[in-house]
Design a protein. Sequence first.
Length: 432
Amino acid sequence: MNDYYQVSAQPPLQGQIDISGAKNAVLPLMAATLLCKGKSIINNVPQLDDVATMAQVMRYLGAKVDHQGSRLTIDTQACHGHQAPYHLVTKMRASIYVLGPLLARYGRANVALPGGCAWGPRPVDLHLAGMQALAAKVELTHGNIHAYAGKLKGVDFTFSTSSVGATVNMLLASVLAEGTTRLFNAAIEPEIDNLIDQLNAMGANIFGKGTTTLCIAGVDQLAPTEINAIPDRIEAGTYLIAAAMTRGRVRLNQVIPAHLTALLTKLSDCGADIQYDQDSITLDAQRQGLRPMSIKTGPYPQFATDLAPQWMALCASLPGITQITDHIYPDRFQHVDELNRLGANIRVKGNSAYIIGSTSLSGAPVNASDLRAGAALVLAGLVANGTTEVRQIHHLDRGYHNLASKLMQLGATIQRDADDTSVNVTHLSLCG
Ligand code: UD1
């Protein structure tokens, strides 16, 4: 059986919803619990397939994982394993986050290589170079990363490219290394800050939070702790774009507006009225005529690549010519052909898409090629005439908690259905 969403064109979205915890924050927080023995707690954890996959990886390593509501308990007392096998890593590339902690804790790790994803190659060379710099021996054989080390040794390491995942892995490995590690050109995404808060609460000594230079004074051991995952800025951004596209008025609760500055600035430039306080954002696009705006993605605090497909849906639905350039993933345009099936006029050249927007999208069956591509198609369905059927929505289940019910809470007409006649699910599902 394959589930799909039926999305209908409708009046402006109205109302308010709560934003869930960030899956991209939760996954490193989960991996960090491997660094010590005992029971760690992570709050504000959404029930998502990616979280379930990471829980499977943790269980494979011997941890007990219990996810009740939004509270996740991980007991690593009986952990013994040091392997993350291919059948789990291929489901979700962030499984590679166990590499650093396993190496730091047990002196060895055997993790399957994640491979590419639906929008092209996604190397892990920086993760591996980082482990080697910490004095680990790294071998690649039979599609696996085999890493060994006695005690990891602190080092000065510069990331040649800003990488969220490689920064996560280096933090997770270096906190238990001997001596001091300095990381240059580290990623500064809010999810990294969340991880640093957790690690420091566990007893680590990490300095420089929020900057591209991190200094980690290694410690001998860490202790379990309790931490709250930050709100999901990509989920929040998706609903803000949906509100703008439908000319609605929507309030998001449980958000950190500062994490969304690039998007809020662009939405405001488009003509939407944005009000925010400490933990809520209200977008009002009811009265204004909106115009599309070009964007370029980049590392935080620049416009997030994970919001570029949704932004493309917005640009496709507003009259005007725009350009979307992805500097993080130059091939991330699998959603273009599907948006064009809905009547959009988008051409791709190099790492840019050129969009001739119009208000005449029309509903059709479309396939989600990955998580955010799926979100873009659902958003387009909200403004396309008739009904849009979005298939391959297992991708959306990886990253959007209660997508349909949250949209329905805002007045959308969206229904989850299932049939057994659609094509086999063959797309890789490890993007995002
Ligand atoms: C994370 C996010 C993903 C988001 C991406 C960019 C998680 C679980 N996923 O992915 O949703 O789209 O950040 O914001 O948090 N690179 C290398 N070598 C490496 C690693 C990365 O060249 O070893 C390159 C990538 O190809 C890419 C850039 O660095 O061009 C940034 O990627 P990175 O920040 O590592 O993305 P992820 O951590 O995989």
